[in-house]
Structure formats: C-alpha cells, structure tokens
Ligand binder design. Sequence first.
Ligand SMILES: [Zn+2]
Length: 123
Amino acid sequence: MVKHNAIDPAGDAAKVRGELEALRDQVVAATEQGAEAAKPVELDQQRVGRLSRMDALQGQEMARAAERRRDIELRKIEAALSRLDRGDYGWCVRCGEEIAAERLRHDPAVPVCIDCAQGASDA
Ligand SMILES: [Zn+2]
C-alpha cells in the first residue's frame, strides 16, 4: 500500500502537535497534583484528620493507580509526538495501515488502528 498523507504536513500536523502538547500539559499538571495524594500515609495523618488509616491507604492506592495510568498516557502522547516528528503519525504502529481520522479526533495520541486495538488482547 502506497502511503498517502493521513495528515497534511502544512496544516494538520501543527494542529495535531498543539493538541498533543495540550494533552501532555494536562497530564503533567494532574501528575503534580496527584503526587501530593500519593505521599506516604504517615505524612498524611494530620492532613486527613478524622479519616481512618484504612481510608487513607485506599486513597493512596487509588492515587498510585491514577499515577500509573497518567504515566502510561504520558508515554503514549510523547510517542505520538515523536511519530509526528518522524512523519509516521496517523499510521498504525502495529500493522502500518492508516488510522481512521475519526479515531484520531477522538484520541490524537492513539497508536493503533481499530482492527489492531480490537485484536490487542490476542497479541
Ligand atoms: Zn493496525
């Protein structure tokens, strides 16, 4: 398959870069806020007041899980930015087919086409 431009280099690339950078800024800001919640429970005892230690531990675990999700999201966004730099943006990293524009609009950092996303559990 000949690669036609999924992204117009002059127009869309700059727009997509702006969207990806905005997403990255959001994730970074949320990570900085979340780092506070993920601090060790011992340090939280005064701040949480009447919350039980169990509640504090659960909150901490949730904060850590959110942090892991943000970390994955951040890597995904940075990978998309580097694909944009290489001119590979908009092409499935798994099979090389074009990723549907609708799918990219929904999530500009998405790395795989719909077929590969649906088959991901088999891989
Ligand atoms: Zn694919």
